[in-house]
Design a protein around this ligand. Sequence first.
Ligand SMILES: [Zn+2]
Length: 59
Amino acid sequence: MTAASYPVVRCDGDDCGAETSHPQAETVTQVRILRRGEGWRNRPGGRDICPDCWKDDRR
Ligand SMILES: [Zn+2]
């Protein structure tokens, strides 16, 4: 068990499970903002979608 705790955003696309985090993020909200430039999206209702799922229309 690691003592390090950091926010992780997990993709809610079907059968995906991709995760992202960011070294400068202290909250999941900051992860979403920092990763938006890479294509991560946050859908209404709180679903997070990774760039691959977004591109494949698995929203
Ligand atoms: Zn995904």
